[in-house]
Design a protein around this ligand. Sequence first.
Ligand SMILES: C[S@@+](CC[C@H](N)C(=O)[O-])C[C@H]1O[C@@H](n2cnc3c(N)ncnc32)[C@H](O)[C@@H]1O
Length: 199
Amino acid sequence: MKKIKGKNYSKALIKSLTDIRSISFFKIKEIDIKYSLFHMKKRVLELGCYPGGWTEYISKTKPEIYLVSLDKKKLQKEIKKEKLFVIKGNVFSNKTLCILKLLSPEKYDLIISDVCLNISGIKPYDISNQFLLIKRIKFLTKELLILGGDLLFKVNFEGINKEIKKYFKHFKKIMFLKLRCTKRGSSELYVLCKNKILK
Ligand SMILES: C[S@@+](CC[C@H](N)C(=O)[O-])C[C@H]1O[C@@H](n2cnc3c(N)ncnc32)[C@H](O)[C@@H]1O
């Protein structure tokens, strides 16, 4: 491999970083490398895809995956991938749920969510919103995830692990992941639920 030195190295580094849509690209990469997130997954549903870091990672590294990516905001730059559907919609809307069902009648093998609701700074209000989102994600896994499927989602508060375990009893294993590339001091956490079972 050709070595890049000095000024050229900084330029190459900046270019590689500016080519990436969001820092989230590195988060999903870290989880994938450690936990083989996409191993044997054919149909993946991504919630909260804007500005497209995760979508881009999957498109670049998993061309065989059928990917449905959703956000309430529209992606600004198109991502080139054969088996990709990007849809604009709200995770809480039942119309969106119908579209997600139509796009994969056999359901999904993996659901990944990076959805982040607006944080007001008023803790009780923000935590109750966080639980609304967790409840909705639980409902979506019941409706859209195959038996044996996995779920990954983000939470922005620490200290709610017990409640999360109760909510996701319909998975065999639950892991709480603190990522190396998350900002220092942030309470951001990813929850990886493995192997959906009947409950
Ligand atoms: C942290 S960003 C996601 C970053 C993305 N994973 C990436 O790799 O670029 C969180 C996203 O959640 C989306 N979001 C928040 N509430 C939503 C909702 N109710 N329905 C759909 N998307 C929502 C926001 O629009 C925002 O783009």
